[in-house]
Design a binder for this molecule. Structure first.
Ligand code: HEM
Length: 133
């Protein structure tokens, strides 16, 4: 059995939180058409419940992200540093557009911010794999 160390715990928590933030958004988006058939308010009720799980997951991503940066600080030079800065920008866009999506009143606002937070969440995931690769 391979040894479990703090790097294992750090990446386990970071990836677990990423599965909730990214996977949860994609799953909820896939469920919306069925939820809407159950009642006009059902999708918003489901989204509100998802937010109660998603935002703590986002907080864990930030905390374990900082822990990641401390753990790999010797590698943060050149193209690794550029990739990390791009990732942080994409993570910020993911958080801000998720908050704007949750507050959107118009169908257009819901659709545009919903798409932006989903795409940027996928982007953060991809950039994370790039960093760890
Ligand atoms: C939506 C938010 C985020 C997602 C979806 C995400 C996703 C990921 C994933 C999937 C990995 C690869 C883990 C592995 O394969 O070992 C990773 C690694 C990493 N992430 Fe994130 N992350 C997010 C936010 C952050 C934040 C906010 C920071 C910094 C403050 C950060 C810093 C890092 C670093 C430095 C690594 C490389 C860790 C290593 O190689 O040990 N991430 N991220």
């Amino acid at each position: 059995m391979l040894p479990v160390n703090w790097d294992t715990i750090r990446l386990f928590l970071h990836v677990l939180a990423a599965t909730v933030w990214v996977g949860g958004q994609l799953t909820l988006a896939a469920l919306v058409p069925v939820l809407r058939r159950l009642g006009a308010d059902i999708p918003r009720a489901a989204a509100r419940r998802f937010n109660q799980v998603a935002w703590p997951a986002f907080a864990v991503l930030i905390v374990t992200g900082v822990w990641n940066v401390i753990a790999v600080r010797s590698q943060i030079t050149g193209s690794y540093a550029v990739t990390l800065w791009v990732k942080l920008l994409v993570v910020a866009i993911s958080g801000v557009t998720a908050a704007l999506h949750a507050r959107a009143q118009s169908k257009t606002g819901l659709a545009v911010f919903g798409a932006l937070t989903g795409i940027s969440a996928l982007g953060a995931l991809f950039l994370g794999i790039l960093l760890a690769g």
